[in-house]
Design a protein. Structure first.
Length: 181
C-alpha cells in the first residue's frame, strides 16, 4: 500500500511544480502626447501560468492602476475605463512555444502568446511576443505591446480627440512563484 502512495505523492509534486502564480504582477500603461503624458502602474495583477500545457491567465481590478496625478486617475476610471461598470480586465490564452522553456535551465526564452484580452467589457484576440526568464528556479515573464482604445470601445472625449493617441503601450512584468508556495 505504501508503494502506491509514494509514486502518487511524487507525481502530484511534479504536476504542481509546472504551475506558477503571482498576485503582484506589474502592468504599466503609457502614452506620450504633445499636450500631456499618460502613465499608470498596477502592481496587483494576478496570474497563473501552466508550463504543462502553456495556459496562462491574468486578471486585475481596473481601479488598481495608480497615476502620479489624481485628476488623471479620476478621468481614467470615470471617463475612459468606466471602472464602476467594467471593474476587471483579463487575459486568457496560451504560450504557443511553451515546450521551448526549460524550467531547469537558467536563460531567457522568447515566447509567443495568443489569447483573448478583455478590457472595458470588450474581448479581442491578441498575439504578442514576450520573454520568460528562468534564473535559479525563479520565473519572470515580460511583454510589451500596444492596444487600440477604439478596439476596446474606450471613448475619448471630443476635446481630447487630437491630444490622446488611439494606441496605448502596455508593459507587463510578472515574477512568478510555484503555485504550491
Amino acid at each position: 500500500m505504501i508503494l502506491f502512495f509514494v509514486p502518487a505523492i511524487i507525481l502530484c509534486t511534479q504536476i504542481n511544480a509546472q504551475k506558477y502564480k503571482t498576485t503582484e504582477g506589474h502592468i504599466e500603461i503609457f502614452s506620450q502626447t504633445p499636450v500631456f503624458t499618460i502613465e499608470g502602474m498596477d502592481k496587483k495583477v494576478a496570474s497563473i501560468i501552466n508550463f504543462d500545457n502553456g495556459e496562462i491567465v491574468a486578471t486585475t481590478l481596473v481601479r488598481s492602476f495608480k497615476f502620479r496625478e489624481a485628476l488623471v486617475e479620476d478621468h481614467f476610471n470615470e471617463n475612459y475605463m468606466e471602472s464602476e461598470k467594467y471593474p476587471k480586465s483579463s487575459f486568457k490564452g496560451m504560450i504557443m512555444n511553451y515546450k521551448e522553456v526549460n524550467l531547469n535551465k537558467n536563460g531567457e526564452y522568447k515566447i509567443t502568446i495568443k489569447g483573448e484580452l478583455t478590457i472595458h467589457g470588450t474581448t479581442n484576440p491578441i498575439e504578442v511576443s514576450g520573454i520568460i526568464t528562468v534564473k535559479d528556479g525563479n520565473i519572470n515573464g515580460k511583454s510589451e505591446f500596444s492596444v487600440s482604445l477604439a478596439a476596446y470601445k474606450i471613448h475619448v472625449e471630443e476635446m481630447y480627440k487630437d491630444a490622446i493617441k488611439d494606441e496605448i503601450k502596455l508593459t507587463i512584468n510578472f515574477d512568478y512563484l510555484p503555485l504550491n508556495k
